[in-house]
Design a protein around this ligand. Structure first.
Ligand SMILES: CC(C)(COP(=O)(O)OP(=O)(O)OC[C@H]1O[C@@H](n2cnc3c(N)ncnc32)[C@H](O)[C@@H]1O)[C@@H](O)C(=O)NCCC(=O)NCCS
Ligand SMILES: Nc1ncnc2c1ncn2[C@@H]1O[C@H](COP(=O)(O)OP(=O)(O)OP(=O)(O)O)[C@@H](O)[C@H]1O
Length: 274
């Protein structure tokens, strides 16, 4: 089974691409990290308790306020849900304190998301799926790219297109909130370069500056490229022969570590030139 990591930056079009991939002619299962990241911090989970313990004392509005529709101990009795915009204000941004808080939040949420993803990937493999899509906004940052046979980065060349789509989709965000969220995710063009550096068939950029029909055609081009490097018969062979799938998984992981090391060295060299 081919594990396809799908990433990009905020509002570059990941969800639009994952919706296309989940529909015919591809009909691929999509494992959505954002959904899992919500599930692992629901009241009653260890993630929820850790967040309340760390952020609670310094964030008075961390939980959804109690009211006629929201009992003091939450709908399930395990506590009121997190007030996500308030937590977002604590962690999105470029200053030192926010970066530190984001790292703490990530260290609570990401390991739990990884465990849920592994369960979902194994489930899809057992069901005989040819490929599975991991839709992960922070694929590189959370090092999940190491487990992927191929990485797709959905990117735009023009930052103004990204900002316009974000403001149109989330009109409740102020210009400053929107800027902070874009900055929190790094430059999508860097992610595109990193993706291409993985090599043909292992990293492909989906360019999304045009309209939705152009995007559909671009997704077709990208999937044909992946098919060339990972044909159907190979996926069936791996399904019929689990030891080969495990060996390939280990080899892939090792190769991805090497790719990441080479990328880190290249980045260092480029920074040294500046
Ligand atoms: C801070 C939280 C509560 C804000 O929730 P909210 O519903 O307001 O925003 P949402 O989750 O839709 O995120 C908005 C955008 O920011 C991105 N984003 C989310 N978390 C992070 C992060 N830690 N660093 C950078 N960008 C992030 C999302 O991918 C999305 O593009 C939430 O984003 C969160 O729990 N983040 C930490 C978990 C995480 O890293 N999730 C990403 C997938 S693993
Ligand atoms: N090619 C396109 N043409 C016009 N609008 C687009 C195009 N691609 C995406 N959009 C719109 O831009 C917005 C952002 O797209 P989408 O939600 O897919 O991005 P995302 O990368 O998943 O964002 P996030 O990380 O915030 O979840 C949506 O409103 C979507 O409909």
């Amino acid at each position: 089974m081919l594990v396809i990591g799908l990433t990009g930056s905020i509002a570059t079009g990941k969800s639009t691409v994952s919706a296309l991939l989940s529909q015919p002619p591809y009909s691929l299962p999509v494992i959505d990290a954002d959904l899992l990241a919500r599930k692992v911090v629901e009241p009653g989970t260890p993630g929820y308790r850790a967040i309340v313990e760390y952020f609670g004392p310094s964030t008075p509005d961390l939980l959804v306020p109690a009211g006629p529709d929201m009992p003091l101990s939450g709908p399930s009795g395990h506590g009121r849900p997190l007030n996500r915009p308030a937590l977002g204000r604590r962690v999105f941004g470029d200053d030192e304190q926010r970066r530190r808080d984001r790292a703490v939040l990530n260290s609570i949420v990401h390991p739990a998301v990884r465990r849920e993803m592994l369960k979902a990937v194994v489930g899809n493999y057992l069901r005989g799926c040819r490929a599975v899509v991991l839709d992960v906004p922070l694929l590189f940052e959370s090092a999940l790219d190491r487990f992927c046979g191929a990485v797709l980065v959905v990117a735009v060349k023009d930052p103004a297109v990204q900002m316009a789509r974000l403001r149109a989709r989330d009109p409740h965000l102020t210009a400053e909130d929107a800027e902070n969220r874009v900055r929190s995710q790094g430059d999508v063009r860097d992610k595109a370069r990193r993706c291409e550096a993985r090599g043909r068939g292992r990293g492909v950029v989906v360019w999304n500056d045009g309209g939705k029909e152009e995007l559909r055609a671009e997704v077709g081009r990208v999937m044909r490229e992946l098919d060339r490097y990972s044909p159907k018969w190979w996926s069936w062979f791996l399904w019929a022969c689990p030891p080969a799938a495990v060996l390939l998984g280990v080899w892939n992981y090792w190769r991805n570590l090497r790719i990441n090391k080479a990328w880190a060295q290249q980045e260092l060299r480029e920074r040294a030139k500046l």
